[in-house]
Design a binder for this molecule. Structure first.
Ligand code: DX5
Ligand code: ZN
Length: 232
């Protein structure tokens, strides 16, 4: 994984056919996505349950791009090695998931993965300052985590703008997650985000038997975002 600030589209397989993950991943990659976003939920930190390390390991051979694993679980630390061994490229943990996020980020890097830090919509960016040397990505949640298909929370645009200033020249991605569409993506690209997670807006209208809409959806989000990126 080399670092750059080009727009990267990361479809969330939360909106894929759960009985067909391998084919769905091959379809979105063939249709031009950059990363594959994997939402792990525990029914405790968030009010929904998805899947654990064995499933992440099973889908790994199908992912040729970047496997971006978003852990919405508490506690996190006991599971880091299992998700690393499952083949995660990026492991993102929530600032709100426990009292020792510094230790968690250290453990993610020690396990050989890029370290991501996720912030819920109600969390400020002040606590990110002393973690900047330990993160490869900050994920700004633009919905309350737990479900796909929710409405974008506009107050997060300003948060991304301030975070982008704080990051300066450091090689840290800003990822946004939730409610991203061709309408909301440019607001965030303009503010400084480069990794755009989208579930429902990528998978809508398509299927493994009819994957062309995935490509159209990915291109619509990408071109809207690229046109709004600073310097574009
Ligand atoms: C929300 C997840 C998101 C979600 C995005 O808890 O972290 O990745 O799947 O879905 P959409 O794009 O439908 O809001
Ligand atoms: Zn996510």
């Amino acid at each position: 994984m080399t670092f750059d600030r080009s727009i990267k589209i990361a479809p969330s397989i939360l909106s894929a056919d759960f009985a067909n993950f391998g084919q769905e991943i091959r379809a979105i990659e063939a249709q031009g996505c950059d990363w594959v976003h994997v939402d792990v939920m525990d029914g405790h930190f968030v009010p929904n349950l998805t899947f654990g390390p064995p499933l992440v390991k099973a889908i790994r051979p199908h992912v040729k791009t970047v496997m971006d694993v978003h852990l919405m679980i508490a506690p996190v630390d006991p599971y880091i090695d299992a998700f690393a061994e499952a083949g995660s490229d990026v492991i993102t943990a929530h600032l709100e998931a426990g009292p020792h996020i510094h230790r968690t980020l250290q453990a993610i890097r020690a396990a050989g993965c890029k370290a991501g830090l996720a912030l819920n919509p109600g969390t400020g960016i002040e606590d990110v300052e002393y973690l900047l040397d330990m993160v490869d990505l900050v994920c700004v949640m633009t919905v309350n985590p737990g479900f796909g298909g929710q409405k974008f929370i506009h107050s997060q645009v300003e948060k991304v703008r301030r975070l982008r200033e704080m990051i300066g020249d450091r090689p840290i991605h800003i990822e946004i997650d939730g409610g991203i569409t061709p309408e909301t993506a440019p607001l965030m690209a303009e503010a400084g985000a480069d990794v755009l997670v989208a579930g429902s807006a990528v998978f809508k209208g398509g299927s493994v038997d009819n994957p062309a809409p995935y490509g159209e959806n990915i291109r619509a989000i990408r071109s809207a975002a690229e046109a709004a990126q600073p310097g574009a």
